[in-house]
Design a protein around this ligand. Structure first.
Ligand code: NAD
Ligand code: NAG
Length: 441
């Protein structure tokens, strides 16, 4: 249909110039003359030829749909063929097994949590499209390996940045997402002192860009996103409950996650977006993040390198509420399943929308020294340890989640203790780096 307009507009000048030249004294639509006039037959032949040429060589019109555009340009340039492929792959990846399935955009899908959440959604029949910029904060080889893993599961990851508003609206044009699982972020507490801008770029700017796209979408998706236990900052009341104060961040990372929670509040309030924030507590497991202690301890213990174990002032214990990935994934899926619809459309709010925040932890903090002794046992290697006082670079001494709210409203119930979870991590670690002969050890 969209092709019709340009054809007609090209047609107009031909008809009018021929009449102006006085070639047809009467209407060119006169069928009687048409049939017997040899010059008219020639003209109609040229006319048909023109239409023929037009169809085959016209550039894609700007108003044609994304699908049409890609199908046309695909025939001409290799670059366009690439874009044709990514659109098809995106559409296929978003396909649900049944009519009631979700269509979920997972940002940060090549990341640790994003990979696991994407696989679980796909396996239960939802449509999933990943988005990740594959940045080099940690080894990109690991992100690429996760991408391959997802491809085998039928999940396609689009390579792009959440700050790319054009790409985001294009994605929403291709797929009507029912949900967004937003996990893309600059993670890590210590790196913020080296590269503060990356935290603002992804966790603040990127989040706003994504929310802008979501509020404009019609229908608006429901959003579930990863905040962090780090928002509790210097809060010393344990266990941490959702109602506790979160206005004393100990790192820029924590400050940007806290900012995210406030930004979520405003988009919920103004545009009727349904938003659920999940405060993860030290998530670990297979395909994990190399910048986290359990991961680089494993690496260093295996290659006989000394590891630093931090303690607080007066030899106080540093402990974390380590949460196994499968438990967190269940919490993420439960948050998606219980999310109500956004109430706005086309950027306008129609009524109050859901705004939630939940702790997803394990409720049993483990001292870092204990973590190391479990790893020694599993790896069958004695660690070279050095105990140091924790530098003031953003880490907090202790985390402990109160999960009664998530348990009540999401049915969240963590099942894996640190020893069982680390066993699975170590098994994965050895096979991943062993089989690839990557000298991570
Ligand atoms: N793993 C944890 O213990 C933990 C704890 C608390 C909160 N979180 C939060 O959970 C989420 C997932 O964490 P993770 O451990 O999987 O981290 P991760 O670094 O493995 O995953 C994040 C992914 O997002 C991508 N990304 C970053 N910036 C992007 C951008 N601007 N555009 C597109 N992609 C971008 C990265 O390439 C990466 O693959 C993050 O929001 C993180 O802050 C994690
Ligand atoms: C945990 O949080 C709930 C509210 O979600 C609260 O009622 C309860 O007292 C908290 N428990 C502890 C031990 O702080």
């Amino acid at each position: 249909m969209t092709q019709l307009k340009p054809i007609l507009s090209h047609l107009d000048p031909i008809l009018s110039s021929s009449t102006a030249a006085g070639k047809f004294k009467t209407s060119p639509y006169n069928l009687h003359r048409f049939r017997f006039h040899p010059r008219l037959t020639l003209w109609s032949f040229l006319f048909l030829l023109f239409i023929f040429i037009f169809f085959f060589f016209s550039p894609p019109s700007a108003s044609s749909s994304g699908k049409r555009r890609s199908l046309q340009t695909a025939a001409f340039s290799p670059k366009a063929r690439l874009s044709y492929n990514w659109e098809i792959k995106t559409r296929n990846s978003a396909r649900t097994r049944s009519g009631s399935g979700f269509r979920v955009l997972v940002t940060g899908a090549a990341g640790f949590v994003g990979t696991h959440v994407s696989i679980s959604l796909k396996r239960r029949g939802d449509g999933v499209v990943g988005l990740d910029n594959f940045n080099s904060y940690y080894e990109t080889g690991l992100k690429k390996a996760r991408k391959l893993l997802l491809e085998r599961e039928g999940v396609y990851i689009v390579e792009g940045d959440i700050n790319d508003a054009d790409l985001l609206s294009k994605l929403f044009e291709i797929v009507q997402f029912t949900h967004v699982m937003h996990l893309a972020a600059q993670a890590g507490v210590r790196y913020a002192m080296q590269n503060p801008g990356s935290y603002v770029h992804s966790n603040v700017n990127g989040f706003v860009t994504l929310l802008e796209t979501c509020k404009d979408a019609n229908p608006q998706p429901s959003i579930v996103w990863a905040s962090s236990s780090s928002v509790y900052g210097l809060n010393s009341k344990v266990p941490f409950s959702e109602k506790d104060r979160t206005d004393q961040p100990a790192s820029l990372y924590a400050a940007t996650k806290k900012a995210g929670e406030e930004i979520a509040h405003s988009y919920n309030h103004i545009y009727g977006l349904s938003i659920t924030g999940l405060r993860f507590f030290t998530v670990y497991g297979p395909w994990g993040r190399p910048d986290m202690a359990y991961y680089f301890f494993t690496k260093d213990i295996l290659r006989g390198k000394e590891i630093k174990i931090f303690e607080g002032a007066d030899h106080s214990t540093v402990a974390r509420d380590f949460t196994y990935i499968d438990d967190v994934v269940k919490g993420c899926l439960a948050a998606l399943d219980t999310a109500k619809r956004s109430t706005g459309s086309g950027g306008k709010k129609r009524g109050a929308a859901q705004l939630r925040i939940y702790n997803l932890g394990n409720t049993s903090p483990v001292p870092v020294a204990k973590l190391v002794s479990i790893l020694e046992k599993l790896l069958k290697v004695k660690a070279k340890k050095r105990v140091l006082q924790m530098p003031r670079n953003g880490d907090v001494l202790y985390t402990h989640a109160n999960i009664s709210l998530a348990s009540k409203e999401l049915g969240y119930k963590p099942k894996t203790d640190l020893e069982a979870g680390l066993k699975k991590f170590v098994k994965w670690y050895v096979s991943y780096y062993g089989s690839k002969k990557k000298s991570a050890i």
